[in-house]
Design a protein around this ligand. Sequence first.
Ligand code: UDP
Ligand code: MG
Length: 134
Amino acid sequence: MERTFVMVKPEGVARGLIGEVLARFERKGLKITRLAMGRVTTEQAEEHYAHLREKPFFGELVEYITSGPVAMAVVEGPDAVRHVRNLVGATNPLEAAPGTIRGDFAVELPYNIVHASDSPESAAAEIERFFGRS
Ligand code: UDP
Ligand code: MG
């Protein structure tokens, strides 16, 4: 069993896509074991996107992810990290295949609806960052 962290980003929540996004993970056979609405703080955003700190769009990215309520979930199952990344699709909506969440619901960066952890190690850090130690 593996755990991953998923976030429906502000425009996904604003567009009413929380249920649509989470349903895809459930339909696949993965389990939602934690679920919360919340706001990402600037401090959390800077930590969460630390790997992009040198990019020219870093400031806008932090502004975007902190701009409104988000939905956060822990998704569990065999190879949950890779299954969820497959269901989410490529980072750039232009390259995300139809049938994936980003391929079906997004048109341009940075607005790609959903975040999903890229490794079990990132998942553990992100679950702790957004849900706290448990
Ligand atoms: N992003 C962007 N421009 C880029 C790369 C990334 O706006 O050229 C944004 C986009 O919202 C993406 C987030 O930064 O989801 C985090 O980037 P990462 O490379 O970690 O992609 P992800 O893991 O979300 O697919
Ligand atoms: Mg990433």
